[in-house]
Write a new protein. Structure first.
Length: 764
């Protein structure tokens, strides 16, 4: 059996094949087994271990970046083992060698030429490959709102198997029927006889006890899942003991600060380092070639100092003669014009097509058309990019906040010229991720700097200006939307064409170069939220033209849904207005064959008081969107403040399948609303002559407390498996806000951000 493959259930059952982790997590990740009075830690399977003091330990395969995933996943184990959530200890997951397996993996992909264009595979190939990589090659990755959804069955099955082994061990020890045994608070007991034994006492025998016929608890027996549970990471964050990337301190540690050439795609030419090296506390200056930035990021300079302050002062003192981008400097306004022209021209890859669109539009009683636009966006994680690296005797150690520790390990090995097994990764808490920490550029830079520092650990920090000015941005996009209405105001045809850069091939070229070729397929993230509408329209063609502007692009919270929901739900509202219909009634008529969507929409309308009178100066807007398997409907009440939209109240209804932690869902929804409002009102990246004009948070303000609305979350009960929740709350925010503004002022906003308002913003 391969080291990364684990059969949890015993012979005679269908079993559960869990991949991605060793049967015993690698010693390099867990250290030598501890002991208490001669009793070692015991791994019951690749996920669950009983420590020497009897505590349940969970191998945690996801990063905690504020989304509460460590709590939700721990709850799954607590449910099956009948222990308290806050008593379960978390251990970091191990890694398999990635690049040693990629070539073989790629060669065996079932992607024949005819399948590459097949709409069923083509639009989903990128996501399918990433998921398959995670499962087959052991990539430990956090993103795409997949953590609870992907681990719902594996973790419950792992914990149920551990429970069965403990009960079986007690049964053999006491020679009593296993059906009469119970687990409770770390103890196995036999109520009838009074026999009791702690998990610690049974662990060694349990590890050798077969478990067959294992099944997770039925829903009727749940005591933890579905209940509000406090976050397991809250105490450490309150008392200051939580460790983030910037908290890392190692003996003899130095600090480094990055400085890129101003223009995207440019590089430092001649550099005068003397002004930096003469400053007190500055140790050296390191030039970073583009390859050290993991492929695709700009070349840069790094100043190393005894503190971050010394390094920052040295970086500012460098005198650069920057070289421009070889292909010419970038301009976001020119890119936006090209995207609008491309969207209007049509063509591209049709992600969804049915019926006869053009004849239906020609026959329509009325045609409606509009251009919608969205800008580049930066991630703005509160903790800027950072990584601490140390290279000693051919071994590399990393301490960093990352969503992809396996890819960070591979990047470090590539730069240091060592095997992946020689790289150890310590994942800290993440001060926000949002897709930015799916990139490993900062890892490659930190390792390159550490190679120059004689074995010292070096913490590389990007100042906020570098973070904003050299991000992997959410792509700018445009969509030309046309629709036909009949005499009854029913939508008969949709012809939608969008344009914007594709993320997947750019990210793959940086993170997984061996897979960049096989993934040159239609990237469904470009058109998600457009081609998969729930609305029943008989004739549709939804297409996208993938562009390559030269601006570095990457995953951003909710990816394509983040702006495509603004396009689709804004335009659906326009169609309701053109039909003379109430926006709620109009959508409900189009959802006759979508009962889940109808239920969510009806719930939010009821809780928001849709149709009830509001105080003067207020109006409501509505949006409905499905992403990452979850359906969110949102009503926003808006007023005008200084001539701009101001959200007063946000009411959301959510169907995210089975809810593990209701408090966690509400927190994620609130987070998404605030993140979405900041982007909708202020978010933009302007590039002039290759240089990003925004520099820091004053140029890209986050939502202030005074601007934060009251937010209500209402859950729609479901017995489906859990679906995503980290991202689905964001897409409806911008369209609901824009639709509310139209209801208040009659001004239709089709361009993000929605403020400041201009005459051009409402032009068709």
């Amino acid at each position: 059996m391969r080291r990364r493959t684990l059969l949890l259930a015993g012979a005679g059952t269908a079993g559960a094949l869990i991949v991605g982790f060793a049967a015993l997590p690698p010693r390099s990740r867990l250290g030598e087994p501890d002991s208490l009075e001669g009793v070692p830690d015991v791994a019951l399977n690749g996920w669950i271990r009983i420590s020497a003091d009897g505590a349940v330990q969970l191998v945690m395969p996801r990063s905690e970046m504020g989304q509460g995933v460590h709590t939700a996943l721990t709850m799954l184990v607590a449910e099956e083992l009948d222990v308290a959530v806050d008593t379960i200890q978390q251990l970091p997951a191990g890694f398999d060698s990635l690049y040693g397996n990629v070539e073989t993996f790629v060669a065996g992909l079932p992607l024949h030429p005819q399948e590459r264009e097949h709409p069923g595979l083509g639009v989903r190939a990128a996501e399918w490959l990433v998921r398959k990589l995670a499962r087959e090659l052991g990539i430990n990755a956090t993103g795409g709102s997949t953590s609870v959804a992907d681990l719902w069955d594996p973790l419950r099955m792992a914990a149920a198997t551990a429970r069965a082994k403990l009960l079986g061990a007690a049964s053999l020890e006491w020679r009593l029927p296993v059906a009469e045994m119970r687990c409770e608070d770390g103890v196995v007991h036999h109520p009838a006889s009074g026999q009791r034994a702690g998990f610690r006492d049974l662990a060694a025998r349990a590890a050798l006890t077969p478990a067959s016929g294992v099944q997770p608890k039925p829903r009727s027996a749940w005591r933890v899942i579905g209940q509000p549970v406090p976050r397991v990471d809250t105490p450490a964050k309150v008392d200051g003991s939580a460790g983030f990337g910037l908290d890392v301190r190692q003996p003899g540690q130095w600090f480094a600060v990055i400085r890129h050439a101003p223009a995207l795609g440019g590089s430092p030419g001649a550099v005068d380092v003397a002004p930096a090296l003469t400053l007190p506390g500055v140790e050296r200056v390191v030039r970073l070639p583009a390859y050290a930035s993991a492929g695709g990021a700009d070349a840069a300079m790094a100043v190393v100092g005894r503190t971050t302050w010394h390094a920052m002062q040295g970086a500012r003192a460098l005198r650069l003669e920057p070289r421009g981008r070889p292909a010419g400097n970038l301009d976001s306004a020119a890119i936006a014009r090209r995207l609008a022209d491309t969207a209007r021209d049509g063509g591209g890859h049709a992600f969804h097509a049915r019926g006869d669109v053009e004849p239906s539009l020609t026959r329509a009683h009325r045609q409606v058309e509009a251009l919608y636009e969205a800008p580049y966006l930066a991630h703005l994680t509160l903790e800027p990019p950072n990584c601490t690296a140390q290279v000693v005797d051919g071994s590399v150690t990393l301490w960093l906040p990352t969503q992809v520790p396996g890819l960070a390990r591979a990047a470090a090995a590539r730069v240091a010229g060592v095997a992946e097994d020689a790289v150890e990764v310590h994942v800290t808490y993440l001060g926000g991720g949002f897709g930015r920490r799916l990139e490993v550029d900062v890892v490659a830079q930190a390792v390159r700097i550490a190679l120059e520092c004689g074995g010292r650990p070096v913490q590389l920090v990007w100042p906020r200006e570098e973070d904003v000015g050299h991000d992997f941005y959410r792509p700018a996009a445009a969509a030309w939307l046309r629709a036909g209405l009949d005499t009854a105001g029913q939508v008969t045809a949709l012809d939608w064409h969008s344009a914007g850069d594709a993320i997947v091939p750019r990210w793959m070229a940086r993170a997984l170069p061996a897979l960049a070729g096989p993934l040159e397929l239609p990237d469904r993230t470009t058109a998600e939220g457009l081609y998969d509408l729930p609305y029943a329209v008989p004739h549709q063609r939804i297409a996208h033209t993938a562009t390559h502007s030269g601006v570095p692009v990457g995953y951003w919270r909710a990816v394509g849904h983040s702006h495509n929901a603004f396009f689709s739900e804004g335009f659906i509202d326009e169609l309701a207005h053109a039909a003379g219909a109430d926006p709620l009634d109009f959508r409900l008529r189009l959802l006759a064959d979508a009962p889940r969507h109808r239920a969510v929409l009806e719930r939010v309308a009821e809780r928001a008081g849709w149709g009830e009178l509001l105080p003067p100066g207020r109006a409501r807007g509505l949006a409905l969107h499905e992403s990452f398997g979850s359906i969110v409907a949102m009503v926003i009440e808006v007023s005008a403040r200084d001539g701009r939209p101001h959200a007063e109240r946000v009411v959301a209804a959510v169907d995210c399948g089975t809810v593990v932690n209701p408090d966690g869902v509400a927190q994620q929804l609130e987070s998404a609303v605030m993140f979405g409002l900041a982007a909708a009102l202020h978010g933009r990246i302007d590039i002039v002559d290759g240089v990003v004009r925004q520099k820091n948070l004053p140029d890209q303000p986050l939502l202030k407390l005074a601007d934060t609305p009251a937010i209500e979350t209402h859950l729609v009960a479901s017995e489906r498996p859990p679906t995503g929740m980290g991202e689905p709350g964001l897409p409806p925010v911008a369209p609901a806000l824009a639709n509310a503004w139209f209801a208040l002022t009659g001004q239709r906003l089709r361009r993000l951000p929605l403020a400041p308002l201009t005459a051009a913003a409402s032009a068709p």
